[in-house]
Design a protein around this ligand. Structure first.
Ligand code: 8IG
Length: 269
């Protein structure tokens, strides 16, 4: 028997039903997942309609990483669209399985979203991509060895990251860079040799999220916009390791730019 206990899509449908019921809405239009360094950027974006701890929705658990918040905020954008903001995500390295990692994406799709913005904090593979630089994800390399798909589910990923949405983001901020995001399993950061490998493979960014979520989003028919915030140079890229305080300061300095980007994007998606 297929139940919410055994079928991740049924569980996502249940979470979506709980979400819409709880907030008294029929559906959502958009979703936004906030990665490391993005919480400040989302403050004040849209009009907040409500908020609930993620673990109160079926299938979600408390995030394990302190500072990776775990709430769902419902907002209304300037153009009247309803967006679900996930203030934290489950990472693959938590060991809860791929279905848990992509549960938010599937819940957003089941609640009616047509597009999802996936953000993250990551390492940069170019010495001149300073901490605080936002980069649109053009494509990805999934080095986790995992996938949210099962069976003969041959999802096309030729344009996993919507060219339409990237063009829109470029209209909003013409100076935005684009790059290829390489997901490692983590939780350890890369060795310098692994960072060189990621670069040889065609990568520009290294991180521990997003690619599995993008695969699940494409399976569910969502348009995906991926935006990375370079928070540190990948291991071995910078001759002098950055001070933690510098990384935090760079993230803070980037907030107004990220906030403006998110606000306008959510209005236009
Ligand atoms: I923030 O340098 C952040 N997340 N894999 N490598 C990986 N993930 C990251 C990094 C990094 N920085």
């Amino acid at each position: 028997m297929v139940t919410a206990q055994t079928d991740p899509r049924a569980l996502a449908a249940e979470a979506a039903a709980t979400l819409t019921h709880r907030f008294g809405i029929s559906s959502i239009d958009l979703a936004l997942v906030l990665g490391s360094g993005w919480s400040g950027a989302s403050a004040g974006v849209g009009e907040q309609l409500g908020e609930c701890p993620l673990e109160e929705l079926p299938g979600f658990a408390k995030p394990v990483v302190a500072g990776h918040g775990g709430a769902l905020k419902l907002i209304r954008t300037g153009t009247g669209k309803v967006a679900a903001l996930f203030t934290g995500r489950t990472h693959f390295y938590e060991g809860r399985g791929v279905a848990a990692v992509v549960h938010g994406v599937r819940t957003a799709a089941a609640a009616g979203a047509s597009a999802i913005v996936l953000t993250n904090g990551c390492g940069g593979l170019h010495a001149d991509w300073a901490p605080g630089t936002p980069v649109l994800i053009r494509d990805h390399i999934n080095l986790t060895g995992a996938t949210p798909l099962e069976g003969a589910t041959f999802i096309d990923l030729t344009e996993a990251y919507s060219a339409r949405l990237r063009a829109l983001a470029h209209e909003v901020d013409p100076t935005l860079l684009e790059g290829v995001y390489v997901q490692f399993r983590g939780p350890q950061y890369e060795t310098p040799a692994e960072v060189r490998m990621a670069k040889v493979l065609g990568g520009d960014l290294v991180g521990m999220s997003t690619t599995l979520e993008t695969i699940a989003a494409r399976e569910a028919g969502l348009e995906v916009l991926g935006i990375s915030l370079v928070t540190n140079p990948g291991a071995g890229i910078s001759p002098t390791p950055l001070e933690h305080a510098e990384v935090i300061a760079a993230g803070k300095a980037a907030e107004p730019r990220l906030r403006a980007l998110l606000a306008v994007l959510l209005d236009r998606l």
